[in-house]
Design a protein around this ligand. Structure first.
Ligand code: DCP
Ligand code: MG
Length: 363
């Protein structure tokens, strides 16, 4: 057992999840760059990259990049559509394995989860061995590779899991929390998106250490309450418990057109309005979303959904831009649209409590 008061938390995150499932299921893809997302249509396709494997990342391809750009960077990559029928069972299988390692378990998304192993390990050395065992079991039983971050809390475990990817294990015991955080870019902290990072950088705050040294009063003045929270985060403290969240939480709105809309501009205007409503409700309830889901039903009732991840946000503008891109990826030239919907899932309260996202997809 870990010492009283001391916790040992794992964050487990699968490596290039969708692409890893595709490669596992089709040996011809082994060693090749693989991009999962919209159809690139020879470079003219709309929509974005959901993920790509590490071979494709060598070409500069990244999640959320326009698929046309990914095609330009590596036209010879294998481009595959998103196929939740493969990913959801794979995710479930991994989650079942993880729960063998601790009953104090919290799924945090389709490919990530936290485990509190304080009762299983007496110290971080033992925790490292357990992490290795878990990583091997996931690989052996599912053919999927994962990375594990081990820390005294969720914040550190989460940052640690992305530190050495793929197939990495990064252990950060309490006495190494500050030296571990110090050199990392501010963008590693929860809730720091491109905009906040750019503002901080313009004030010569680049690393987490710079941020810790910054004047907390000035941070609050510039960033509001979030500035204070951010400053506290630089100390690596986080007492959020690891716990099972079973409530499926999502906020969404749909609109059925009076007559089917053939003009994409009309559909997008509605997407803007729905996004604004959903964004307002998210803020009123004190949530931040990480996943945006859109639904488009065409004349004839054929229904498609698409989803994408964003940095945690409660901004209507972030939601609108993501929703617009996703809807455009589904709309086909000249196909009249009967219904459009916008929904956010993967909600976290401002205290960072996570809710299991709904990872269902209609096709
Ligand atoms: N995803 C998505 N759109 C994004 C980001 C992610 O659709 N903008 C999907 C595809 C990913 C899955 O979610 O496979 C998990 O997201 P991660 O951020 O964990 O990314 P990966 O697992 O693909 O890669 P990594 O090895 O960096 O974890
Ligand atoms: Mg992952």
């Amino acid at each position: 057992m870990a010492k009283p008061q001391e916790r040992i938390v794992f964050h487990v995150d699968l490596d290039c999840f969708y692409a890893a499932v595709e490669t596992r299921d089709d040996p011809k893809l082994a060693g090749k760059p693989v991009v999962v997302g919209a159809d690139p249509k020879g470079g003219t396709g709309r929509g974005v990259v959901a993920t790509c494997n590490y071979e494709a990342r060598k070409f500069g391809i990244r999640s959320a990049m326009p698929i046309s750009k990914a095609y330009k960077l590596c036209p010879s990559a294998a481009f595959l559509p998103v196929d939740f029928e493969k990913y959801v069972p794979a995710s479930r299988q991994v989650m079942e394995i993880l729960q063998r390692y601790s009953a104090v378990f919290e799924p945090a998304g389709i490919d990530e989860a936290y485990l509190d192993v304080s009762k299983k390990c007496k110290d971080f050395k033992e925790a490292q061995m357990l992490a290795r065992e878990l990583q091997q079991a996931v690989l052996k039983e599912t053919g999927l590779s994962c990375s594990v971050g081990v820390g005294p809390n969720k914040l550190i475990a989460k940052i640690a899991s992305s530190f050495r990817k793929p197939f990495g294990i990064t252990v950060v015991p309490p006495q190494l929390v500050l030296p571990f955080l110090d050199p990392l870019p501010v963008g590693e902290l929860w809730g720091v998106g491109k905009k906040t990072a750019a503002w901080l950088n313009s004030h010569l705050i680049n690393s987490i250490k710079d941020l810790r040294m910054a004047d907390p009063v000035a941070l609050v003045e510039a960033l509001g309450e979030f500035g204070g929270r951010l400053h506290r985060m630089t100390y690596g403290e986080d007492d959020r418990p690891v716990g099972v969240e079973t409530e499926l939480k999502s906020i969404g709105r749909e609109h059925t057109f009076q007559s089917d809309a053939a003009d994409p501009a009309i559909v997008l205007r509605e997407v803007d309005r729905l996004s604004e409503d959903v964004g307002r409700e998210v803020r009123e309830e004190g949530w931040q979303f990480r996943t945006v889901v859109v639904k488009v039903r065409f004349a004839g009732f054929e229904t498609h959904t698409a989803q994408g991840r964003v940095a945690p946000s409660d901004s209507g503008a972030v939601l609108r831009d993501a929703a617009r891109n996703l809807v455009l990826s589904l709309c086909r030239e000249g196909r009249p649209v009967r219904l459009v919907g916008v929904k956010v899932t993967d909600l976290e309260s401002t205290e960072g409590q996570t809710h299991l996202a709904q990872f269902t997809a209609e096709r």
